[in-house]
Write a protein that binds this ligand. Structure first.
Ligand SMILES: Cc1cc2nc3c(=O)[nH]c(=O)nc-3n(C[C@H](O)[C@H](O)[C@H](O)COP(=O)(O)OP(=O)(O)OC[C@H]3O[C@@H](n4cnc5c(N)ncnc54)[C@H](O)[C@@H]3O)c2cc1C
Ligand SMILES: NC(=O)C1=CN([C@@H]2O[C@H](COP(=O)(O)OP(=O)(O)OC[C@H]3O[C@@H](n4cnc5c(N)ncnc54)[C@H](OP(=O)(O)O)[C@@H]3O)[C@@H](O)[C@H]2O)C=CC1
Ligand SMILES: O=C(O)C(=O)Cc1c[nH]c2ccccc12
Length: 411
């Protein structure tokens, strides 16, 4: 049973209260534009609060991770812990007085051509009886993130496996895996860091590497690799910066291919830009791979009770499986639109041209450039909305009320 409500918003509706949603909210506050933030979870930054492991730290230096108009505290380390980052985001929301509507999942959003307005339908689970709400607004800012849903591939026989199977987003610590042989599927930053954490808790990780991967040292000669790349890109073409990164990686890490980690032909930054594949920034997993504490294994053929059969024909006994197989956007499941967003749920136009659609639609945080990309989007989006909002609110309140009434009676 549902009760129904309809709400007019005199400003944008922002979907998602992660760093992107908070950043665009803060930028709008600075310009005096009212808004509503809708969040499916019961807290801000749910990815960071609920779907990350305990020992996670930001892997880019802090100056690339702070949001607009509110710097990190001076005493933050170069790589803040997830708890420090969450505290910062809580202070951010408080500082800008952003109060999202929690436990409210957007089910659909559709542009109403007749009225030139967005109709955003949600289900709110805050009270005992779920409430269906329709928000009506001129602007819609999508901030649901590139990591909204976990990717769980299908594997033959996995249902017969019998042991514990978890996605990396549900992994907290290696403590409960102590002594176990754990198959970690995937070798992105999650797979590498989960494997390292398992090692540190005396578990025995076997990491599946089915294709090619760039592993870079997090620092080159005491300076962040990412920072070095960003400064070099001001002067040099991307391919040349990539070549330099690969030379440094070779000098510092050696030939990773020797350990089963073959590099793609495209350089790490070019691959990030074209395919969105993030290079691994190594924080110690490679040392464990070299010493044999993390074992690299090829792709999976199938599972059976307590066992995995690999593509090279080898069968291994394992106790548990962790799927570090990545994430995807959920935009196609609720946004009825196909101009700004592709079927994959990310903007069709690459950075820096993917933040604006038509009819007052915006995307924040889909640049494949992490938190710094989200901040840039937020500034552009708020600037754009604020200009139109000011013009439109100059119209008499009467005309707004009339539009609002007509639109609601239509509903
Ligand atoms: C483990 C991990 C570590 C990372 N580390 C870094 C790093 O060090 N540096 C960096 O720059 N980037 C990092 N990233 C990238 C990451 O994408 C950003 O840090 C950041 O979280 C993106 O913010 P966002 O607000 O766009 O998305 P999210 O943080 O995912 O927030 C989106 C919000 O939208 C909500 N939502 C989704 N669908 C709906 C719906 N239908 N209705 C209502 N609400 C909805 C979600 O509940 C969520 O709270 C990391 C990512 C992961 C997975
Ligand atoms: N410290 C930090 O700040 C951290 C940051 N992150 C960030 O979070 C985001 C997500 O990272 P992550 O979770 O690692 O996801 P990724 O998408 O980066 O990696 C997914 C991995 O899973 C593999 N995979 C997928 N399907 C299969 C399959 N069927 N069989 C075998 N392997 C498979 C992929 O292999 P293939 O390449 O062959 O498709 C790839 O190695 C990234 O942007 C990352 O940088 C994550 C962890 C820590
Ligand atoms: O951590 C992530 O997922 C990011 O997207 C951050 C990021 C943006 N550009 C990069 C280039 C190399 C490594 C990480 C990133």
């Amino acid at each position: 049973m549902f009760t129904r409500r309809c709400i007019w918003v005199n400003g944008p509706v922002i979907v998602g209260a992660g760093p992107s949603g908070l950043a665009v909210g803060a930028c709008l506050k600075n310009r005096g534009v009212p808004f509503v933030v809708l969040e499916r979870a019961d807290c801000i930054a749910s990815l960071w609060q609920k779907r990350t492991y305990d020992r996670l730290k930001l892997h880019l230096p802090k100056q690339f991770c702070q949001l607009p108009y509110f710097p990190f505290p001076d005493d933050f380390p170069e790589y803040p812990t997830k708890y420090q980052f969450i505290n910062y985001l809580e202070s951010y929301a408080k500082h800008f007085d952003i109060n999202p509507n929690f436990n409210e999942t957007v089910q659909s959003a559709k542009y109403d051509e007749t009225f030139g307005l967005w109709r955003v339908k949600t289900i709110s689970a805050s009270s005992l009886i779920p409430v269906e709400i329709e928000y009506i607004c001129r602007w819609l800012a999508v901030a649901t993130g590139e990591n909204a849903e976990k990717v769980v591939p299908e594997f033959e026989g996995l249902t017969d496996f019998g042991g514990r199977v978890a996605h990396a987003c549900d992994y907290k610590s290696g403590k409960s895996y102590c002594g176990e042989r754990v198959l970690v599927v995937g070798c992105g930053n999650s797979g590498m860091e989960v494997s390292l954490d398992l090692c540190n808790h005396n578990a025995k990780p076997l990491m599946v590497v089915r294709s090619l991967v760039h592993v870079l040292p997090r620092e080159v000669f005491g300076k962040s690799t990412f920072e070095f790349a960003v400064s070099m890109m001001k002067w040099l073409p991307l391919w040349l910066v990539d070549k330099m990164l690969l030379i440094f990686a070779y000098l510092i890490l050696g030939n990773t291919e020797k350990y089963g980690l073959k590099r793609p032909c495209l350089g790490p930054l070019e691959l990030k830009n074209t395919a969105g594949k993030t290079p691994v920034l190594d924080i110690g997993a490679l040392r464990k791979i070299k010493s044999g504490k993390i074992k690299i294994v090829p792709g999976i053929k199938k599972f059976s009770r307590g066992k995995v059969e690999l593509l090279n024909g080898q069968t291994l006994e394992i106790d548990s499986v962790i799927l570090a197989t990545g994430y995807r956007s959920n935009v196609p499941s609720w946004l009825k639109e196909n101009e700004l967003f592709s079927n994959d749920g990310v903007p069709k136009n690459p950075f820096p041209n993917g933040w604006k659609g038509s009819g007052g639609l915006y995307a924040v945080g889909f640049t494949r450039r992490g938190l710094s990309g989200a901040s840039l989007d937020a500034i552009s989006v708020a600037h754009d909305i604020a200009n139109v909002w000011k013009d439109e609110t100059k119209q008499t309140k009467k005309s707004f009320a009339a539009r609002h009434r007509r639109c609601i009676s239509h509903f």
